[in-house]
Write a protein of this length. Sequence first.
Length: 168
Amino acid sequence: MEIEVQKEPQTYAPLGPSGLGGWLVLVQIGLIATLFQVAFQLLNYNLPSFGREYWDILASPQGEMYHPLWAPLIVFEAAANVLLLVLTVFTLVLLYRKKAFLPRVIILLYSANLLIGIIDYILIMNIPVASELEDGSSLRDLIRAALTCALWVAYFRKSERVRNTFIR
């Protein structure tokens, strides 16, 4: 009579770099900074824009600075920041749990941020008062988002550390 002994599967240490070190430290700092920046923007700019004072001036046809794109811009920016906030929190959870799904989600986050920046810039440039007041910061933000997206998407697709770290 043979007794079958079940062995636990062996786990091997990955060859090459792994863990949340290296360039992933910058990703972590960036995600945490994004979390605070988007929350700040939402609380201090987006939500107050729905108040009667701002809404009546910008989005009401009787308002002093009325333009038909103000209402869609205000709603879009608020919804986009809520989406970015939720996606950033989700990304941080996946990052610290070292989930294999993280690279796809973080690529989605960076791509969504870029797409939101493009749409926001187009809307702003089509509102005469907003485009006149635009000091170049929107274009700088858009360029920064494009460079960030290009850099980190390439990193998360090619990095050996990413392949070795996000395996759960």
